[in-house]
Design a protein. Structure first.
Length: 97
């Protein structure tokens, strides 16, 4: 059975261009933005992913996205990225980059 994950994302002190690039980064990795609330994303992981792999994958991808975009737009780098994610039926995991 595949693992479904929901992600809420808060990009602190960024402009529209930064947000657009961050969202494109996630979309390129098959994340799907929900229409409401507008900072929520979902993804389905293949059956071969374990819960532990998902727990490490999500924070790693968000850190990689931030580093990639910060390098492209150094003058408007995100102050921080705050996130929370939940894998059904697990508890919510929270973090900050």
């Amino acid at each position: 059975m595949s693992i479904q994950a929901l992600l809420t994302l808060d990009l602190i002190e960024v402009d529209d261009k930064y947000r657009e690039l961050f969202y494109e980064y996630l979309e390129d990795l098959n994340w799907h933005k929900l229409s409401a609330p507008e900072t929520t994303w979902r993804i389905s992981f293949k059956d071969s992913f374990t819960k532990e792999q998902v727990n490490t994958y999500i924070p790693r991808i968000l850190k990689e996205a931030k580093l990639s975009i910060d390098s492209k737009l150094p003058k408007i780098a995100a102050k921080k990225v705050i996130y929370a994610f939940q894998k059904a039926p697990d508890l919510i995991k929270k973090g900050e980059i």
